[in-house]
Design a protein around this ligand. Structure first.
Ligand SMILES: N[C@@H](CCC(=O)N[C@@H](CS)C(=O)NCC(=O)O)C(=O)O
Length: 205
């Protein structure tokens, strides 16, 4: 029984692909032919009515969307792979906190930057929306930077939260003083399993 992951290169499915690979879970990758900043084809809405990636089909056919929910689910399905801290611990509470924080504050800012036409009906406002989104993303990354336990976000071990945050760092277009997040991204890029997936999505960035 296998998972099916819908994504496009350089998109958020990178982190789901990394999590599935870290979990040794069998999966089929379906890469949609579409560019960042453009809506996906209407026909894809039959799979995900919100028309977004990543979309993961579980082995029993259940459709999952929302990156942080997918990552939390996978971490619970494969506890021995230690994708996340042990459920019920303070570290797991922090894991849930930052996963949701990233989805709500970072991912939405990425969308405001890439798809401003969804957030205002006034084309004259697109540039202002984009620059405010980049600033907001920098503010959210700075909050996470201040909460890095070290060396990884939640302590000694890398979790999928680190891989997730590293993805936002590579997408961020503004200035950012975040030495601890930069070190996490470096570790993610250099990771034996995640590194090759990173390079396929983001090249040498
Ligand atoms: N809230 C969603 C956001 C996903 C998202 O924005 N995905 C982008 C690709 S990175 C996308 O599908 N863009 C196409 C669109 O929004 O039309 C999640 O957490 O997975």
């Amino acid at each position: 029984m296998s998972y099916t992951l819908y994504n496009r290169p350089g998109s958020g499915g990178f982190v789901v692909e990394a999590a599935l690979t870290l979990a040794d879970a069998p999966f089929e990758l379906i890469e949609l032919d579409s560019k960042a900043g453009t809506p996906l084809s209407e026909s894809f809405r039959e799979t995900n009515p919100w028309g977004q990636l990543p979309t993961l089909i579980l082995p029993d056919g259940t459709i999952m969307t929302e990156t942080s929910a997918i990552l939390v689910h996978l971490s619970l399905c494969f506890p021995d792979k230690r994708l996340a801290p042990l459920p019920g611990t303070p570290a797991h509470a922090a894991f849930l906190r930052w996963m949701t924080f990233a989805n709500v504050n970072l991912y939405e800012a990425v969308l405001r930057r890439g798809y401003p036409f969804r957030f205002t009906d006034d084309p004259a406002g697109y540039d202002a929306l984009r620059s405010a989104a980049i600033r907001r993303m920098g503010e959210a990354l700075a909050v996470i930077e201040a909460h890095v336990e070290g060396p990884f976000l939640l302590g000694e071990e890398m979790t999928v939260a680190d891989v997730y945050i590293a993805m936002f760092l590579v997408w961020h277009r503004g200035d950012l003083e975040a030495a601890r997040l930069a070190r996490i991204a470096e570790a993610v890029r250099g990771h034996r399993v995640v590194g090759p997936i990173w390079r396929r999505h983001f090249g040498q960035r």
